[in-house]
Design a protein around this ligand. Structure first.
Ligand code: C2E
Ligand code: CA
Ligand code: CA
Length: 768
């Protein structure tokens, strides 16, 4: 109000706008004032023409015209300058005009009123009240001018009624003038408030649109808006530019149709677009929705966010949101994803990429039988290469394997590396019944040919397991598992071959799993025990030792053969604790036997590979007090299969401790005479199959036993014939030169008590 009264400077643009509105409003009704002045002048002449001295009437008329012209002149500079340069001075000038205007009428009241009688006075009062109302109306928006006009008028009224000395008339006329003044001030106040609110709103809108313009111009982002029919409205120049059109072309276009581009006709929408359409339909807000958009034949990636807008009544008006072109970010993300899909070493698709290919193949083969095939490939003896020649050579070998695999897998076949030395192939189509075995054998042949890596010639083989959809699994997960089981079988059968999945593999795997669970429990609940089988000197028929053989009696399943549960224990990493328990128990038992009697304990390859194995042996000997020379550890050739350098080192350590070593089941495995020359085995155990063969006079069995005995003799080793059941077999192995015999003929595996009873003196000594 102070600013409106010209009493303080105009501080801001909003104040300026209010001032402009005030003066404009006054200018708008100024004509009323001028018309009133002319009418008033004519009326005055008519009423006072006869009674008033002409000089007074003439003089006053001239002053009225002069005042009117003066007020026009006073406002001229303001009107010329325009609304931008308004100041409080303009307000004051306007007020001066009003003051002159009020004053000239006050002079009229003070001087001319006294020229007539009561009748004329009444006429003048009527005229004055009209002049005051018109003046008040025309100055109402500018309170300073309203005051400047009305105050002289009030003074004039006083003077007009002064002569009559009538107090009530004076009071009435002044209160009339004061209420006009009050009305003007109230109006001015309301006017000011209204206009300052409007001015602030205008300012805010300007700021917002300025910010939005800057937002659009400055970044890659733009604003968009739809109506309730999901059609674009108020299309910004930036959005139009992004779509390569003009705003007019886009106005009213369906947003979804526009973004679908050529896909609109075919109805094939990208997932992002489907999601957008769904959100628009549901009238839900969404953020960072990424979708492909075809712009002038080029595909771009857009990211959109928006929320629904409603009017004051809550009626849905459409959507308003922002958009940005994220093609660049998206492409770099795609590139990273691409890198993440390939194995860096071999360049082949990696596990997750393979999995995707399998998913696609399964989807495409849906309902077809046979659908697609999944082949899993594992290299045989790769670990040995890696361990003996180092990872660098191993890596180079894997790269060569990958190259060979690529040459074998042609057409649709999709190969990749799962990890380590495992690879896989997805066959999306199977042309005929032998397509899978044909590819599998081609892979085995290709991968088994010798490799040249640096100066080394390497021989590794390959095992393949395959599974077919839908018979061996309808889902990727199931198919992979089936192929894995088939591969396990192929490896179990010695490698270098292909096994197709069969339902019983699954049953076997399930049985293995059950057995593993039961075995864990057996270990906790002491369900294991040991039987001891005598080993006899072939010549003197004297007991020279016992072999400790572990037994498991399950409370429900009954006795379970070690032939069944030892492989499970090896795979489940349970052989460590089981083997150690056998070792400790057997050593403790053997410590009660005569000094000449040895105890033989079987050791698995997995046990031997464990870093703490030698320490466990030392501890078992120390705890039992058994002489190390009385402990004999039986290993099979399989210990050399995985890591022969490591195995040789451990065996040497055991020998250094004075422990005896025997090579078990000789002739059944990968028999390489090389091992015999590298390790000082004390005994070679000839497998029962040769003993049976020889007793039936099979030439090969006889030849093998003869050769082994000769070799053992020349290397200073003893031989033990296993599984001798009859007198005839005993005679035969004796003739062939075996020094020791083990078998049912001399005794079945027996409990510790029975074994101890075979040495009466020892037992008596123990009891005594
Ligand atoms: P192995 O070391 O070759 O043990 C000899 C197997 O031949 C034993 O079978 C024994 O009962 C059996 N046998 C002995 N004499 C005769 C005979 O005259 N006729 C016939 N038909 N069989 C005979 P068992 O006890 O079932 O053990 C089987 C295999 O389980 C063992 O073969 C050994 O490889 C493994 N094993 C047993 N106990 C342990 C152990 O504590 N640790 C480890 N790692 N393996 C063990
Ligand atoms: Ca054995
Ligand atoms: Ca054996």
């Amino acid at each position: 109000m102070r600013a409106m009264m010209g009493m303080s400077a105009i501080g801001d643009a909003a104040g300026m706008r209010v001032l402009d509105a005030q003066l404009r409003s006054a200018d708008g009704v100024a004509v009323l004032r001028h018309v009133m002045n002319i009418c008033g002048l004519l009326f005055l002449w008519q009423v006072f023409f006869r009674c008033c001295p002409p000089w007074l009437l003439n003089g006053w008329s001239v002053s009225l015209v002069a005042v009117s012209l003066a007020s026009l002149l006073l406002d001229r500079p303001r009107k010329r300058a325009g609304s931008e340069d308004l100041s409080a001075a303009d307000l004051w000038r306007h007020a001066v005009g009003a003051l002159l205007h009020g004053s000239v009428w006050a002079v009229c009241m003070a001087l001319i009123s006294h020229s007539g009688d009561t009748e004329q006075l009444v006429a003048l009062w009527t005229l004055i009240s009209c002049v005051m109302v018109c003046g008040a109306i025309s100055y109402a928006a500018v309170p300073l001018s309203a005051i400047a006009f009305l105050l002289p008028c009030i003074a004039g009224l006083f003077a007009m009624f002064h002569a009559g000395g009538e107090l009530p008339l004076r009071a009435l006329s002044s209160s009339y003038a004061l209420s006009l003044l009050g009305g003007c001030l109230i109006y001015a106040h309301t006017f000011g408030r209204q206009h300052s609110a409007t001015a602030q709103l205008v300012e805010k809108t300007e700021v917002v649109s300025l910010l939005l313009r800057e937002y659009e111009a400055g970044g890659s982002d733009w604003l968009w808006q739809t109506d309730a029919m999901r059609q674009l409205t108020g299309v910004s120049a930036r959005l139009a530019e992004m779509l390569g059109r003009t705003p007019a072309q886009l106005e009213g276009a369906s947003l979804v149709q526009l973004l679908a581009g050529s896909g609109w006709e075919s109805g094939r929408f990208a997932a992002g677009l489907r999601s957008l359409a769904e959100h628009l339909k549901q009238r839900e807000s969404f953020s960072n929705l990424v979708l492909p958009v075809e712009v002038q034949g080029q595909w771009r990636w857009w990211e959109l966010s928006a929320s629904p807008r409603h009017d004051e009544q809550g009626v849905f008006q459409g959507f308003r949101g922002v958009g940005s072109d994220v093609t660049a970010q998206r492409e770099s993300a795609d590139k990273i994803a691409q890198l993440a899909r390939f194995d860096p070493l071999t360049g082949l698709p990696n596990r997750s990429h393979l999995r995707e290919a399998l998913d696609h193949a399964l989807e495409a083969a849906h309902g077809r039988s046979p659908g697609c095939a999944y082949l899993m490939i594992d290299l045989d003896r790769f670990k040995a290469v890696n361990d003996t020649l180092g990872h660098q050579i191993g890596d180079k070998l894997l790269s060569q394997v990958a190259r060979r695999l690529l040459t074998v897998c042609t057409g649709d076949d999709f190969c990749g590396r799962i990890g380590g030395d495992e690879f896989a192939v997805v066959m999306p189509r199977i042309s005929d019944g032998v397509a899978v075995p044909r590819l599998a054998s081609a892979i085995i042949t290709a991968l088994s040919a010798p490799y040249q890596v640096d100066q080394h010639i390497l021989h590794v083989g390959a095992s393949v397991g395959s599974a077919l959809s839908p018979a061996d699994g309808q889902e990727a997960e199931a198919l992979i598992r089936s192929a894995d089981l088939a591969l396990y079988r192929a490896k179990g059968e010695g490698g270098g071959l292909h096994c197709a999945y069969e339902p019983q593999l699954h049953a076997q795997a399930e049985e293995r799993r059950q057995l593993e669970l039961a075995l864990r429990e057996a270990l906790e609940k002491d369900q294991l025990h040991i039987l001891y089988q005598p080993v006899v000197d072939a010549g003197e028929e004297r007991i020279v030792g016992f072999e400790a053989l572990v037994r498991w009696t399950h409370p429900e399943m009954g006795p379970i053969s070690p032939v069944r549960f030892i492989p499970v224990a090896e795979e489940a990493r349970l052989i460590g604790p089981i083997g150690e328990w056998v070792l400790r128990t057997a050593c403790r038992e053997a410590a009660n036997w005569p000094d000449a009697v040895r105890i033989a304990v079987n050791v698995s390859a997995e046990q031997l590979a464990h870093p703490s194995f030698v320490a466990a042996v030392v501890s078992a000997l120390a705890q039992s007090g058994l002489e190390s020379s009385r402990l004999e550890l039986e290993v099979t050739e399989s210990v050399f299969m995985t890591d022969d350098a490591g195995a040789l080192r451990v065996l040497d350590q055991l020998l250094a401790l004075g422990i005896q070593l025997s090579l078990d089941d000789f002739g059944t495995g990968y028999s390489s005479l090389g091992y015999l020359s590298r390790t000082r085995f004390n005994t070679i155990k000839i497998d029962r199959s040769f003993v049976v063969g020889a007793s039936r006079n099979t030439a090969e069995s006889l030849a093998i036993i003869r050769a082994v005995v000769t070799l053992a003799d020349s290397l200073g080793m003893a031989t033990t014939a296993e599984g001798v059941e009859t007198q005839a077999e005993l005679d035969m192995v004796r003739r062939l030169g075996c020094q020791k015999v083990q078998g049912y003929y001399f005794g079945r595996p027996m409990p510790a008590g029975d074994a101890a009873r075979l040495f009466p003196t020892t037992v008596q000594r123990a009891i005594g």
